[in-house]
Design a protein around this ligand. Structure first.
Ligand SMILES: [Zn+2]
Length: 231
């Protein structure tokens, strides 16, 4: 993967992707975080992608304006935690922690995003494991293991081997939404599809699931607003 910089106010980095299946050059602006990707056929020369991107500049900038601004956690700022915005303050110790509704972090601003992400992963793992265990017990089924990742286009998955995967960003969503995603993936242990029979199983362990699905559709992109790495 390469990158093209679209010069201007501001400069826009464009991710360059080559695809075996692409027949022509195409352009996409992510609704999650405004990331711009240009996809081109394997053998197309890079300068074609560059002129394509320049041609579409006004379209790119208009679409980027619609995505929420990326945010980096910083002392004095806020972060989403279990559906609420909480403040970030300096506290003692080497790790980030939540105390009395405030996120306390070590003073070093460089390590701050990684410390906050580490806390999110740890608490997300506890909550999701607890919820998945509980739902699996009610349904009388078992899963193999749980892994946490940071995928861009899904909140969880269930493999045919019974492995569950969840986005650790779910710790930023209201607790009942996290519960729903756990129920959604555990229900796939019984039905590997989204048939009416599958949704009846989900409704049995998570009666308000429609409301939580809607929350994710409408607000999920705000969980992706926060940047914890260098990207
Ligand atoms: Zn599903």
């Amino acid at each position: 993967m390469g990158q093209i910089i679209l010069k201007g106010e501001p400069d826009v980095p464009v991710v360059l992707r080559r695809s075996r299946r692409a027949r022509r050059i195409s352009l996409r602006v992510s609704g999650l975080d405004g990331r711009v990707t240009v996809t081109l056929p394997l053998r197309a020369p890079q300068h074609e992608a560059e002129s394509f991107v320049r041609e579409k500049e006004s379209w790119i900038r208009a679409n980027m304006a619609r995505a929420p601004e990326p945010l980096r956690p910083a002392v004095g700022g806020h972060i989403l935690w279990q559906g609420r915005e909480i403040g970030i303050r300096v506290g003692g110790g080497r790790f980030a922690r939540i105390e009395a509704g405030v996120l306390l972090v070590p003073p070093d601003p460089v390590s701050l995003p990684a410390r906050v992400a580490a806390l999110m992963k740890q608490v997300a793992r506890e909550r999701l494991t607890e919820a998945a265990d509980r739902h699996a017990e009610r349904l009388g089924c078992r899963f193999s293991r749980i892994s946490l990742r940071d995928p861009r286009s899904r909140w969880g998955s269930c493999s045919s081997e019974g492995n569950l995967m969840f986005s650790w960003r779910l710790i930023m969503a209201p607790p009942e939404v996290l519960e729903y995603v756990a129920a959604h993936e555990v229900a796939h242990l019984l039905e590997m599809n989204h048939s009416p029979a599958y949704w009846r199983i989900v409704a049995g362990i998570c009666p308000d699931y429609k409301q939580h699905r809607r929350w994710l559709r409408e607000n999920g992109r705000f969980l992706h607003r926060y940047r914890f790495g260098n990207g």
